[in-house]
Design a protein around this ligand. Structure first.
Ligand code: CAA
Length: 287
């Protein structure tokens, strides 16, 4: 599939990343089918897109007409066949678990057109391993956005062992058409580039606090003001979702070893379903 032939995008998953990617693609003029497994999840994702488009219009970053037109291009769906049946590119943003993603690809393979590209928004998992559950590993790559996709410029475009240059070129051009800056990641290594660096930083922040070496406020003040980052380490963990960072850490730790061992404080939070902003409580309260 060449970039010029891409008209219709399917996004699987309507969570933070899925609805954000849908919004970006719709703003760029693509027809997007956004699919999740329950009506409630799809509706929440759709409402979030509407909220975000309104905010952008309120701030004159887009016109009200552009906001309306983008929303009109989004079709929220639960039916998988309808979602991917005429897709040129399927961007998958389902939970960061190897088995869940593999099951999704097995189902998607049945319904997507043979020529469609599969692009996974995984934050860390092996592109090669995921691609091998499909019959089109050469049309499979990583397309990793950052939260919130509508505001973050970078997209990691990751090659698996079997990915063709044609697929990588098409996905890079698509990222550019979305108004993003793609960076090609040559090697399919756990966590790619950004999360090899960013997620251990969030983990070390948790170790510092759990070993009583610093408070959350001290760590956030330092990372935000002294290191010049837009959010403190704990604010960012909450924003990304502790469940997501935890899954990435566990996977990278399993692949690369002890340096990435998840801090027990993160485990406790995830077990208590304190995922951050999305659940109303993480390291901070959001009620
Ligand atoms: N759509 C539209 N508007 C939005 C928005 C969105 N998605 N998100 C925030 N806004 C709005 C806010 O509501 C706010 O509006 P009001 O002024 O009306 O209240 C406005 O934008 C300004 O927001 P803020 O003042 O809070 O902050 P900001 O403009 O300075 O930046 C930010 C917000 C871009 C999120 C910034 O804090 C930031 O860059 N944070 C770091 C994000 C980051 O590092 N993300 C990557 C995480 S790693 C990841 O995602 C990958 C992974 O694999 C785990």
């Amino acid at each position: 599939m060449d970039f010029e032939d891409i008209d219709t995008v399917a996004v699987l998953g309507a969570g933070n990343m899925g609805h954000g990617i849908t919004e970006v693609a719709a703003l760029a003029g693509y027809d997007v089918r956004m699919r999740d497994i329950e009506d409630e999840f799809v509706q929440d994702g759709y409402d979030s897109i509407e909220w975000s488009l309104d905010k952008l219009a309120e701030k004159d970053q887009i016109t009200e007409e552009e906001a309306e037109a983008a929303l009109d291009r989004v079709t929220p769906l639960v039916d998988l066949e309808e979602a991917v049946g005429d897709a040129d590119v399927v961007v998958e943003a389902v939970p960061e678990k190897m088995e869940i993603k593999k099951d999704v690809y097995t189902d998607v393979e049945e319904h997507a057109p043979d020529e469609a590209i599969f692009a996974t928004n995984t934050s860390s998992l092996s592109i090669t391993e995921l691609s091998e559950v499909t019959e089109r590993p050469e049309q499979f790559c990583g397309m990793h956005f950052f939260n919130p996709p509508v505001r973050m410029q970078l997209v990691e475009v990751i090659s698996g062992a079997h990915t063709s240059d044609e697929t990588l070129d098409a996905v890079e051009e698509l990222a550019e058409a979305f108004g993003k800056t793609p960076v090609r990641v040559r090697k399919d290594s756990p966590g790619f580039i950004v999360n090899r660096i960013a997620v251990p930083q969030m983990n070390e922040a948790a170790w510092l606090v759990s070993e009583d070496e610093a408070t959350i406020a001290e760590v956030d003040a330092t990372t935000k003001h002294d290191m010049g980052l837009p959010m403190g380490a704990f604010e960012l963990s909450d924003y990304v979702g502790l469940d997501v960072s935890f899954d990435v850490l566990e996977y990278v730790n399993g692949e690369l070893g002890r340096a990435y061992e998840p801090c027990p404080l993160l485990r406790e939070k995830v077990e208590a379903e304190e995922f951050g902003t999305k659940s109303g409580k993480g390291f901070y309260d959001y009620d």
